[in-house]
Design a binder for this molecule. Structure first.
Ligand code: ZL4
Ligand code: CA
Ligand code: ZN
Length: 370
């Protein structure tokens, strides 16, 4: 395949932010991923850009003024002094008021806004921001480890230049914040594959398809525990093929949350790194400008492996299955290999269940006018 012009947003500071002791979200995983990317020499094959920090004004293109104002001045001390005020905006243990939370958000959102502009101006075919993908953040509140919805901000930027933008979410959780933001418009099609049933955030039923002009433009693929590469590809490819044919987006924003990998600390799927990356490769093959973002991923050695590998896939540069020496080499023992294999866990997604879901969604997509 033809080589693409790839830009990669990375801020060395991002790994210093800490959600708190024992919290599953570890911004340090972006530093680990970058260390692998550099050790493989991939940084020399793309445009590595330090993102400009997003400003409060830029954030209010989606978020409420009072929420952004609060977030920009909250500190661990203030949250402790004013728990009532804080709980309006932040949800306790999932979204703590950690030191530097606003700077962390401005790095994440800064990369997503700047990346969208690069695509708009035709400067890159593919953009990567592994610090983005925080899909649960709402207009006026944080949710599920996400404070500022960098994805919504990126899509709003892309909509200035593209009539139709597609959002695709392969994180194990439902992409609720992004879906909600564009639920009533036919200019953004949102597609989420996720675990559904007794799982955060609880939304993303197959029948939730959008409202008004947006009816049919929200696509939800609810899945059960233990889905493997074969089952996932068996439903992912036909759905995405149909979406691309019917919707014909001018740009694709793909949330590449790695909590859908086998062995994730929070997730419950059984995808290998190869299976996860096959989704990225498939979307790349359409030749439409592609913006890949991070998201979930809580077994951090596997997050770093997968995002480094997906960077190589997007570049079209094969990399060694044996890990090169890097700053965090000891995290990858005892195998010191790139691969994240699947496990022997049960796949609770029967053929019948997946077939029925696929038929339903194909029917929904046939209702989208060409
Ligand atoms: C933790 O150990 O399901 C937070 C969160 C903090 C440290 C110490 C506190 C211990 C697991 C999760 C108590 C924590 C209780 N600490 C958290 C309904 C819940 C209420 C909060 O990948 N408790 C909420 C959010 C999900 C819920 C998932 C995924 C983000 C993304 C994109 C967000 N929230 C139950 C949980 C821990 C913690 C251990 C945790 N929280 C696991 N799942 C959730 O889609 C980035
Ligand atoms: Ca998802
Ligand atoms: Zn997730």
């Amino acid at each position: 395949m033809l080589k693409k012009r790839v830009s990669y947003y990375y801020d060395e500071e991002v790994g210093n932010y800490n959600y708190g002791y024992m919290h599953p979200m570890k911004p340090f995983r972006m530093r680990m991923a970058h260390s692998l990317v550099s050790a493989y020499g991939l940084d020399r094959k793309m445009n590595v850009i330090r993102p400009p920090r997003a400003t409060p004004l830029q954030m209010t293109r989606f978020h409420a003024d009072d929420y952004v104002e609060f977030l920009s001045r909250v500190t661990p001390e203030l949250a402790e002094q004013e728990p009532e005020h804080t709980s309006v905006y932040l949800s306790g243990e999932d979204c703590p008021a950690f030191d530097g939370v606003f700077e962390f958000c401005s790095i994440s959102a800064g990369g997503s806004i700047a990346g969208a502009r690069r695509i708009n101006h035709g400067d890159s075919d593919i953009v990567i921001n592994w610090a983005g993908g925080l899909h649960h953040a709402k207009k006026g509140a944080a949710s599920g480890f996400c404070y500022i919805n960098d994805i919504v901000l990126a899509i709003l930027e892309l909509l200035r230049y593209h009539h139709r933008v597609m959002y695709l979410d392969i994180d194990v959780h439902h992409g609720d914040g992004v879906e909600e933001a564009f639920y009533t418009t036919d200019r953004v099609m949102s597609v989420s594959f996720h675990k559904f049933g007794d799982f955060f955030p609880g939304t993303g039923h197959v029948n939730d398809v959008g409202v008004g002009r947006g009816k049919g433009y929200a696509v939800n693929v609810p899945l059960r525990d233990g889905i493997d590469d074969e089952s996932y590809q068996g439903i992912f490819r036909p759905i995405m093929q149909l979406v691309m044919e019917r919707f014909r987006p001018g740009a694709i924003v793909m949330q590449c949350g790695t909590d859908s990998l086998s062995g994730d600390r929070i997730g419950c799927f059984n995808l290998s790194m190869q299976g996860h990356a096959a989704c990225v490769e498939f979307m790349k093959s359409f030749g439409v400008p592609l913006f890949c973002l991070g998201g979930g991923g809580y077994t951090i050695r596997n997050v770093a492996r997968t995002w480094a590998f997906e960077t190589s896939v997007l570049l079209g540069e094969p990399i060694d299955p044996v890990l090169p020496y890097n700053d965090y080499y000891d995290f990858y023992g005892p195998e010191f290999r790139l691969d994240v294999p699947a496990s022997n866990m049960d796949n609770m997604n029967t053929r019948e269940y997946l077939e029925k879901t696929l038929v339903r969604i194909a029917e929904q997509l046939r209702g989208i006018p060409f």
